[in-house]
Design a protein around this ligand. Structure first.
Ligand SMILES: Cc1cc2nc3c(=O)[nH]c(=O)nc-3n(C[C@H](O)[C@H](O)[C@H](O)COP(=O)(O)OP(=O)(O)OC[C@H]3O[C@@H](n4cnc5c(N)ncnc54)[C@H](O)[C@@H]3O)c2cc1C
Length: 126
């Protein structure tokens, strides 16, 4: 652990403490620091450690605009807005707290297909 901490330029003492706390959480089946579900608390095996630097990635707002299942936009009271359809990555609440890795294009195309079809049908009906 000393070696990997040194290579990554992080405090070896803090890393050791972090690992000890984690081991303790695994043994107790309870993560008091982050409240992780016990089913994700797996003990480390072996004595080879890899350190991966993580950086903040999400600075976007993906909340977007809510729609019906037919991709018709709804207002703030969730009432469908007449003849107003929408598609794309920020539409329909497809993304929650996080984006859908590798699925944004699929959603954009699929929602576009539904919105376009519904809008065309809506024109035919009016
Ligand atoms: C770097 C990067 C990597 C990505 N990698 C992936 C990946 O691997 N897999 C994946 O699934 N998704 C990926 N995505 C996300 C995916 O590309 C987008 O979610 C998707 O393209 C969104 O489609 P969209 O139709 O909603 O919007 P867009 O593709 O952004 O289309 C919007 C269009 O509207 C046009 N437009 C904007 N304003 C106006 C206006 N006023 N008048 C007329 N036209 C206008 C724009 O020019 C644009 O053509 C990636 C995105 C980025 C930025």
């Amino acid at each position: 652990m000393q070696t990997v901490a040194q290579k990554a330029g992080i405090d070896a003492e803090e890393l050791t403490k972090t690992m000890k706390n984690y081991d303790q959480a695994v043994k107790m089946g309870k993560d008091e620091e982050f409240g992780r579900d016990p089913k994700f608390l797996h003990a480390y095996e072996g004595d080879t450690y890899y350190v991966i630097e993580q950086k903040l990635r999400f600075c976007t707002t993906l909340g977007g605009y809510e729609t019906t299942a037919q991709m018709q936009l709804v207002d703030s009271d969730f009432t469908p807005i007449d003849s107003f359809y929408a598609a794309g990555e920020i539409i329909g609440g497809a993304n929650g707290h996080d984006s859908m890795p590798s699925m944004m294009n699929s959603w954009s195309y699929a929602s576009g297909f539904v919105a376009g079809t519904e809008a065309a049908d809506n024109c035919n009906l009016k």
